[in-house]
Design a protein around this ligand. Sequence first.
Ligand code: PLP
Length: 264
Amino acid sequence: MVNEFPQVVTIAGTDSGGGAGVMADLKTMQARHVFGTAVVVAVTAQNTLGVQDFMALPTKLIDEQFTSLVTDLNIRACKTGMLADASHVHCVVENLKRVDFGPLTVDPVMIAKGGAALLAADAIQTVRDELVPLATVITPNLPEAAALTGLTIEDDQAMMAAGHALQELGAKNVIIKGGHEADPQTANDFVLLADGSSFWLSAPRVDTVRTHGTGDTLSACITAELAKGAAMATAIQTGKAYVAAAIQQTIQVGHGHGPLNHWV
Ligand code: PLP
């Protein structure tokens, strides 16, 4: 067979403003030289000022999108983002079990920076029980890691404990993003790999409101690198470096939490 171009899928919600969700994922995948596809779970009416409204699609249409992909394309890696509520988390889990889309990056999206709930509170348990065990790598921020593990995370020790707790819940590799930490100088992420080894990643904190879609971008970049055959630690390091560059070389779009620059 001719060498096929690496194909990946994001299973997530859209952002009409183009900065987060499926749109950020596809831009990141394009920049990382993989072919991006999408299973749309929810549609948001959104801009840099916030999420004005959203609606999840009928689960039948989500099933059909999975079928469309699996009957034609050769998806090598996948990621999940906004999944809206428990019935949609369950629907995505059932579809992921029926197809083989390669390594799964789970970005357990819960609340947008503007405060909008992108996952119903009662769906956190479904994510923990059904989706986390399928994760090749999970990429929570501090509030998401706390919600999934039930731990209070206020220092490095607690971040490490939360990483181990997420592995016990079934995620093979974990990156906990410390961007919500108090440290004004650096953003420190804790990485725990499947073999039990761990390391910290740090990047200088950039004083900007233009960070809309950073979580999506990180998880999409990791997915792209895994599809190209990168080792997990390398994929995570590349993701962190890509996000740091995309935040630093900011572009002026919109009046609120502006999007990242994907031409870095
Ligand atoms: N909208 C969608 C569809 C998302 O998936 C996400 C994050 O994953 C966001 C909005 C939130 O983006 P942020 O919190 O970076 O503003």
